[in-house]
Design a protein around this ligand. Sequence first.
Ligand code: LRH
Length: 465
Amino acid sequence: MTVRSVAAVDLGATSGRVMIGRIGDGRLDLELVSRFPNGPVEREDGLHWDFGALYEHVVAGLAEAVRREPGIESIGIDSWAVDYGLLRDGDLLAEPFHYRDARTARGVDEVHAIAGFDELYRRNGLQFLPFNTLYQYRVDSRLADADAALLIPDLIAFLLTGRAVAEHTNASTTGLLGVDSGEWDAELAERLGIPSRILPTLVDPGETIGTLRADLVARIGKDLPVIAVGSHDTASAVVAAPLSTPHSAYISCGTWGLVGIELTEPVLTDAARDANFTHELGVDRRYRFLHNVTGLWLLSETVRAWEAEDGLAIDLPELLAAASAVTGDVPIFDANDSSLSAPGDMPARIAALLGAAAPSTRPGFARSIVESIAAAFGEAVQTASDLSGRELDSIHLVGGGSLNRLLCQATADRTGLPVLAGPVEATALGNVLVQARALGAAPASLEELRALVAATHEPELFSPR
Ligand code: LRH
């Protein structure tokens, strides 16, 4: 067997990257080609993504990847969920909105007046998040002019190939995909005033979306197929979470902490609905039965505010080391409190939740944040177990949060379960694995793919104390 290579585009809410993935001869590894910042940008009409800049970074990164590794055979794209661009005759109508934009509140009220949350949950199995795409569509006045709506990875794939499709795992985050059928719920869409013509043909991870447009072949340096992967970043991360038994939970931790288990059948109970547990589609039509916990967003926004106050950069590892050294109990707040979701003065908002108990030092404050995230993780792991009736004996914590040792240990301590941390780049690895499988360069089952991850990326164990 020889080593084969693919390019993975992985766009997160705070940064994006293009990577080369190499697989074969017992090897699975990544080479970082480019990393670029991402985040909300304030425009006259609200919070957006600087999509033009992102797209340019993606194309430049792919060109550099091909220059470094001419043997690259395909491209896969994943990103955060729910956000979209509208097309008319192939042109993007406007810059995509950011899911943290406040306009979605009106969408929630209007949608729920037509179809209540109970009915929505029966149909789409999704937890309530105020930015689920259906709420965004409802208040998007440009919808009437559009002939297609594409989620971010599908939009990039369209710009690269000219083919407009909706990849299944990410489509499941719109709220317009039937949880049982896996097909668009056109009836629900029309009832909500969302024209079903904008919902593109669905494709599964592993299908080829198309090949690069001629002008891009020239720019990127090679004629390459774009292969659909688990284009929802969390779906890709769960592919590469080295779960070895159904009794392992996962936490995909970056801006968000996505806490749950993998199921083959949905748990559409009233209790699951009331606990706000979601059924997002996974690769190979598994269900990602999970709950969104506000993750490192709390820490990164806090650090951002302190840096603005000081006019100086803060060294995060240094801050976390100081936070680890804090002795005694720190107060806990509800990491999922809705007051913490918009960008802004995070320390003030957290202090408002903590009241008089708020730690007065920065290390103490950072420790409170980490412990509060871990407490919310612990609660979600317990709820996943209760709702599914499955006993859990370990937690795989993957993504950027796996580098935060304080968080890994606190999660182990608060759950009483061993935490296996890593891989840090689970999302990009999942992206690479699904492409490689489509190319015949990786084994067929998710279990075998995960065994390969486990063999090549040994996790670090945090035992509960
Ligand atoms: C994580 C994520 C998460 C979604 C949120 C919008 O990056 O995709 O799964 O809920 O962003």
